[in-house]
Design a protein around this ligand. Structure first.
Ligand SMILES: [Zn+2]
Length: 104
């Protein structure tokens, strides 16, 4: 599931997404590089400008302690993006067949 993070403050926030926390929870590696001679991965970071609304984030960001703290403090708002049911999208032009399918 993806979420939207809203920065309600007047400060830009830069959130680091450590591999151990973020990638592990997201189930995929979002690190910018697997660089370093010691093989350590460099986690990606997330920039949230003041007052910004950032959609399409993996909910794994909520596990990042800094994010969790900001959400509790009300500095970040979280909006969960419920998946849009395919059969109720009015903008779809695709004609539906009359037969009923069991759609979940
Ligand atoms: Zn990673």
């Amino acid at each position: 599931m993806t979420i939207t993070l809203i920065n309600t403050t007047k400060r830009m926030k830069v959130i680091n997404l450590p591999h151990d926390i973020y990638c592990a929870a997201a189930g995929k590696c979002a690190c910018t590089a697997a660089a370093g001679r010691d093989g350590r991965r460099i986690g990606s970071s997330l920039t949230l400008p003041a007052g910004s609304i950032t959609p399409g984030l993996d909910e794994a960001v909520l596990l990042e302690p800094e994010v969790a703290r900001d959400v509790r403090a009300g500095e970040l708002r979280v909006r969960r993006e419920a998946p849009v049911p395919k059969n109720t999208n009015p903008s779809r032009k695709t004609p539906r067949r009359s037969g009923r399918k069991n759609e979940r």
